[in-house]
Write a protein that binds this ligand. Structure first.
Ligand code: SAM
Length: 253
């Protein structure tokens, strides 16, 4: 039977790879990559660097498919469903044609596969559809959320309290029932809309990479600085990935 490994590779620093992930890399003969276009070439490059650094056998190969683009207009959920259907078709094709029956293939997932990533949902859908027979395992990785907290040297939650993680597009105001909130996928800088006094922000871009930028402080004092630095970095690199923790008061109080 074909085996697939879904390997969390951490969210930036090649040293984020766990010992379990390195062992998994060495079990696979074929690595499936989605090419996100030239602006994110460096992310593909990082995956190749990770393989070159950690894989001991010489005869592994990459199979790359162009990632389909998500529609930016119209219903968000429908656009994501359509994107995942297109990815599913590509993944099915790669698994069927690029992996022999007794071979082991791997998907290298940025950060951790359980957090804002569709690979596990798509593999489950492929299995449910029943056209392909394969087994798969998941190897957890260090997510951008953990990396962000480590780089700012703060805990994510207040003692005994809840922590919520949200995409930026759901953030209109800081939720009344929370002390701590992590915001990801925020291309519209939702933190700039928040006017509640006393909020602190721990912001990080390209965390764990050579381009890492960290800014922290009372939101009202640092929001415009984050906006300025973020805009300049986005301009310079052509793309940005950033995450932030918002808390009522300092996170480590
Ligand atoms: C599609 S999600 C993938 C999350 C990933 N699976 C993880 O475990 O972190 C992409 C979002 O993750 C966050 N992200 C990923 N890597 C990051 C990094 N190195 N620095 C800051 N944010 C990052 C950003 O919010 C970005 O918009």
């Amino acid at each position: 039977m074909k085996t697939l490994l879904v390997i969390g590779i951490g969210a930036g620093d090649p040293d984020y790879l766990t010992l379990q992930a390195i062992a998994a890399l060495n079990r696979a003969s074929t690595f499936f990559l989605f090419d996100k276009g030239t602006e994110k070439d460096s992310l593909i490059h990082l995956r190749e660097t990770i393989c070159a650094r950690h894989i001991r056998q010489a005869d592994y190969r990459f199979v790359t498919a162009p990632i389909p683009e998500r529609r930016r207009e119209g219903d968000y959920r429908q656009a994501v469903d359509d994107l995942n259907a297109a990815k599913q078709a590509l993944m099915e094709e790669m698994i069927e044609h690029e992996l022999a029956d007794d071979e082991c293939g791997a998907f290298l997932v940025w950060g951790d596969p359980a957090l804002y990533d569709s690979t596990l949902r798509i593999l489950a859908a492929i299995r449910r559809d029943g056209r392909l027979d394969f087994d798969y395992e998941v190897i957890p990785g260090i997510s951008s959320v953990q990396a962000l907290a480590a780089r700012h040297r703060v805990p994510l939650n207040r003692i005994g309290q809840a922590l919520e993680i949200t995409p930026g597009r759901h953030l209109e105001r800081f939720p009344a029932h929370l002390d701590s909130l992590v915001v990801m996928l925020d291309s519209h800088e939702a933190y700039r809309r928040l006017d509640e006094p006393g909020l602190h922000i721990y912001w990080g871009a390209y965390v764990g990479t050579a381009d890492e930028i960290l800014i922290a402080g009372p939101l009202q004092e640092v929001a415009e600085e984050i906006h300025r630095v973020r805009s300049a970095a986005r301009e310079e690199h052509g793309w940005i990935m950033d995450t932030y923790l918002l808390c009522r008061g300092p996170a480590d109080a």
